[in-house]
Design a protein around this ligand. Sequence first.
Ligand code: PHE
Length: 340
Amino acid sequence: MSDLASLELLAKTELDACADEPTLRAWNTKYFGANGEVLAALKAIGTIAKDQRKTYGQEANRIKETLTQTYDAMLSAAKERALDASLTANPLDITLPGRPVQRGRLHVATQIMRQIYDIFADMGFQVYRTREVEDDLTNFELLNMPPHHPARDMWDTFHTTTPGVILRTHTSPGQIHVMREVCPDPIRVILPGMCYRYEAITTRSEIQFQQVEGLVIGEHVTMADLKGTITAFARRLFGQERQVRFRSSYFPFTEPSIEIDIDWPKEDPNADRLTKGTGWLEIMGAGMVHPVVLRNGGYDPAKHSGFAFGMGPQRITMLKHAIDDIRQFWANDVRFLRQF
Ligand code: PHE
């Protein structure tokens, strides 16, 4: 019994002297750890003579309880003090401005596409999306270019290992898809999307680029409608005072075919370079849908007529922002992209 009393006195004195968490934990190991002295006293209960065992056991457990309670209370008080100290020693200055968040933005190509969609939406055009992987039939044949037709040379093609499956070289095959879906109803759509050409990469051409195709089909659609639509579009995009010029050209899927130029402001210091001294700048190819193509789409050329056009929005963006290298569009250089 006197052993227990002195154990309690010693343990209590040492506990009272503990000032922080590490000393408290060391104390706990000394008395309650695997070889702890209080623990040993508890284990000894079985070895005590029977007549003293009960009193001894009760006393040992009481000591254990008291010490544990005091220890727990002191430990949480010590933690509390340590936290208080660290908060006052390193106060959190909530008046500091936060780190600036980098704001994202739309890619310049997306911006121009959305401008183009807006302008055509105002004229009643819907956006129609079609596949980027095409078959030879739709990309060429149904557009009036049979195999070995020399006009195919205008489109350097990426072929896949599956014969007849290619990456579309222009958005024009989309014309066939819309016509076959919508026929015999009238059509007024734009077909935007990525196209691919297997050609040398230069500052003016890339192996991948976007196009925006337009297709209008109905009864009594004429060249005047084409001219009016494109003029309205060009003036909305480039300025109300722009002059638009139509030159005759050739595409197998339109007849007659034209190329469309806009005049470039002479005041612009880049005017000469952009227009190669002519004052005119090409923005797209177009024409009246060829009767063969109409028929391939399911329409009767005796009853229906239509016009189509195709432009390269990257080229248009280059004009608008005086960008001199088309490769910048997909190079993902943020120093370039941040400018728009
Ligand atoms: N598909 C043609 C090209 O890629 C452009 C075009 C579209 C021309 C529609 C006429 C009509 O060059």
